[in-house]
Design a binder for this molecule. Structure first.
Ligand code: PEP
Ligand code: MG
Length: 322
């Protein structure tokens, strides 16, 4: 199997009926980067910057952050890297950050919320990223956005830092693309506005599912209670792909769903063409999609999401198709 996946490494990610895909990998530390060449991933679709903060014993300084981002971009060697701004809080704790007692940390003071309330922290990270990407492309997305306004506030911080760097004669990135992680259900009802502002979106299906079904992703009592291939959740995922495709906004899905072949198949049927997953999943997902007829799959899957078929067992439908 491993050898078979290795042989696929340099083969194109294209279905039997000629639909092209971009399969990227998720990463969080510099040691993950060699997987980029080994797995044949098209880029890093999600770089979780909080990992550097979680393994440190105190807040990494601007220069340390910059050094890490520079090394990541160097190691990617021209392949695109999508950085995600700090996603701390919730299940990701920093030992040196005074922890505040929260009843519901997953829904508490975390990620971009914390970043906007403590702009010094976020601005330092943004500055480090702008320095590191000077003369190349910077792709940056923000986690746990609930309202379009939060993205605009974050974008303003990026603009401020850019001005600052220019004023001081520093180099800046050639292009900057700013995006939003769609992982809070409230965004599902702001898709049109959101798409008009962002350069790209990425679906964080781990959190989106957690909040969609009100099921704690880390609580084993309930985590497996609901199916990620349920009609309701698939409709939600489809509405995102539809809105993005309609607005010509690139959309990636970077949650764990993308790395499981049957689930990835569902995503393909819904219209997703860009998936980011753990490096080990790339082989199995690529093997699946290269034998797939994407057109026939959509024709089989999409009617099942129409009203009147709402009780379909999609998992079975997909298994039979595979
Ligand atoms: C997600 O929520 O789906 C995601 C990709 O981010 P994380 O797992 O780091 O919360
Ligand atoms: Mg998340």
């Amino acid at each position: 199997r491993q050898a078979q996946y290795r042989r696929l490494r340099n083969k194109p990610s294209v279905t039997r009926d000629g639909v092209e895909f971009s399969l990227q990998m998720n990463a969080g530390l510099l040691v993950d980067l060699p997987h980029l060449a080994e797995s044949g991933a098209a880029g890093v679709g999600l770089f979780r910057t909080e990992l550097q903060f979680m393994v440190a014993s105190s807040f990494p300084r601007m220069r340390e952050q910059q050094a890490q981002y520079t090394q990541v971009l160097d190691a990617a060697d021209g392949k695109p890297v999508t950085f995600r701004s700090l996603d701390i809080g919730g299940d990701k704790v920093l030992p040196y950050l005074r922890s505040i007692q929260e009843e519901n940390p997953a829904m508490g003071w975390r990620a971009l919320r914390l970043g906007l309330d403590r702009p010094g922290l976020l601005r330092t990270q943004i500055r480090a990223l702008l320095h590191a990407a000077a003369g190349r492309e910077l792709k940056l997305m923000f986690p746990m956005v609930s309202e379009v306004r939060e993205f605009l506030q974050a974008k303003e911080l990026v603009d401020k830092e850019l001005k600052h760097l220019r004023r001081h004669g520093h180099g800046t990135p050639d292009t900057i693309r700013l995006g939003v992680m769609i992982e809070v259900p409230s965004l599902l009802f702001q898709l049109e506005e959101l798409m008009s502002y962002v350069d790209f979106v990425s679906v964080g299906s781990n959190d989106l599912f957690q909040f969609f079904c009100a099921v704690d992703r880390g609580n084993t009592r309930v985590a497996d209670r609901f199916d990620t291939l349920s009609v309701g959740f698939l409709r939600a995922l489809k509405s995102i792909a539809d809105a993005a495709n309609k607005a010509h906004v690139p959309v990636t899905l970077c949650g764990e769903l993308a790395g499981r072949p049957l689930e990835a198949m569902a995503l393909i049927g819904l219209g997703y063409r860009d998936l980011s997953m753990s490096p080990a999943s790339l082989g199995p997902v690529k093997a699946m999609l290269r034998t797939l007829d994407a057109g026939r799959l959509s024709a089989r899957l999409l009617p099942r999401l129409e009203p009147g078929h709402g009780d379909s067992n999609i998992r079975d439908v997909l298994k039979r198709f595979a």
